[in-house]
Design a protein around this ligand. Structure first.
Ligand code: AMP
Length: 285
C-alpha cells in the first residue's frame, strides 16, 4: 500500500474524515523523525491494532529551550518515508512549524506537578511544549489510540494524564523501550555520539539494571548508597555528567522511599554535549 504524505492540517483532516465515515479505527504515532527501530515498534503495534496508522513527524520548536539542539536535531525525511512505507504505515503528517504554530499562536497546555521532577527540572518548559503539540495532534488526527514509548516514561505519563484530564476520547498506550544489542536505548540522539562515546554509553543501562537488582534482591534501602553505585558506573564513561538519577513514583514522578511496590528508576546523563535518558520499572511483587 502507498504511504500518503500530508503537510497541511486541512488535507489530512479531509482524508481522516473519510476513514472515520467508514467506521475505521485510527492509530497515531507522534514522532520527531530520524526514525529507528524504537519508533518502528510503535508503528508496528499501531498497524496491528488499528485499521489506519498515522505517523506524525514534527520537530516541535516549543519543546526546545533556546540553548538546546532544535536546529541541529537530525532530520531524515526521505529515509523516514521509506521506513514507514516498508512498515505499512498508512499516512504520515509532516507539517512545517508555521502550519502548527500560526503567527499569533498563544495557547499552551500544562500538566501541573508531574512536570516538576526528572526531565522537567533541567528542562523547565519542555513538557509544556510537548503537551501543547500532542494536544494539537490529538485534535487534528482524532485517533482511537495513540502510542508513546516508555523510553520517555515521564512524557508518556504526562500525556496519559492530559488525555484523562481533558477528556480526549483516546487510549494512550505505552510501549516497551527498544534497545541495541548492548543495552543502549535507541534514540535519534545516539547519532551524535562518537564511536568511543557510543561504546561506553550502554553503561547507563548497566547501572540502572544493577540498581534495580540491589533494591529488589539485596534489599538496599539507602538512596545515598545507590547514588554512589550509579555514579561509579557513569564515571567510567569519558566526558560524562549526571543530570539526575532518581527513584520515583511511576504515576506522579515524585521521589519515593524504597519500599514502595512499584517505582521508576530514571536517569539523564550527559556525554559531553549529548543528553541521554533511560529508565527501568521496578515492581516488588
Ligand atoms: P521522538 O521522535 O524521540 O520524539 O520519539 C517519538 C516516540 O517514539 C516517543 O513516544 C518515544 O518515547 C518513542 N521512542 C523513542 N525511542 C524509543 C525506544 N528506544 N523504544 C521505544 N520507544 C521509543
Amino acid at each position: 500500500m502507498n504511504l500518503k504524505i500530508f503537510r497541511k492540517i486541512d488535507k489530512i483532516k479531509v482524508y481522516l474524515d473519510k476513514i472515520r465515515s467508514k467506521r475505521k479505527t485510527i492509530g497515531l504515532v507522534p514522532t520527531m523523525g530520524a526514525l529507528h527501530e524504537g519508533h518502528i515498534s510503535l508503528v508496528k503495534r499501531s498497524v496491528k491494532e488499528n485499521d489506519v496508522t498515522v505517523v506524525s513527524i514534527f520537530v516541535n520548536p516549543t519543546q526546545f529551550s533556546p540553548n538546546e539542539d532544535y536546529s541541529r536535531y537530525p532530520r531524515k525525511e526521505k529515509e523516514d518515508i521509506k521506513l514507514l512505507t516498508k512498515n505499512n504505515a498508512d499516512a504520515v503528517f509532516i507539517p512545517k512549524a508555521a502550519e502548527m504554530y500560526a503567527e499569533k499562536f498563544n495557547t499552551y497546555v500544562e500538566v501541573k506537578d508531574l512536570d516538576k521532577y526528572l526531565c522537567g527540572e533541567g528542562r523547565p518548559s519542555h513538557f509544556k511544549g510537548v503537551s501543547t503539540v500532542v494536544t494539537k495532534l490529538l485534535n487534528i488526527i482524532q485517533p482511537n489510540k495513540a502510542y508513546f514509548g516508555k523510553k520517555d516514561y515521564q512524557q508518556f505519563g504526562i500525556i496519559k494524564k492530559l488525555a484523562e484530564d481533558l477528556n480526549f476520547p483516546v487510549k494512550i498506550i505505552g510501549c516497551a523501550t527498544v534497545r541495541d544489542r548492548d543495552g543502549l536505548a535507541l534514540s535519534s540522539r545516539n547519532t551524535y555520539l562518537s564511536a568511543n562515546q557510543r561504546k561506553s554509553a550502554p553503561l547507563i543501562y548497566e547501572a540502572l539494571k544493577n540498581i534495580k537488582f540491589m533494591i529488589k534482591y539485596c534489599n538496599f534501602n539507602s538512596k545515598k548508597d545507590l547514588n554512589r553505585i550509579f555514579r561509579s558506573f557513569i564515571n567510567k564513561i569519558p566526558g560524562s555528567r549526571i543530570e539526575y538519577f532518581e527513584i520515583v513514583d511511576r504515576d506522579n514522578f515524585s521521589p519515593v522511599e524504597l519500599f514502595k511496590d512499584s517505582m521508576l528508576i530514571a536517569a539523564a546523563v550527559w556525554i559531553k554535549r549529548v543528553r541521554l535518558i533511560d529508565n527501568i520499572e521496578l515492581f516488588r511483587k
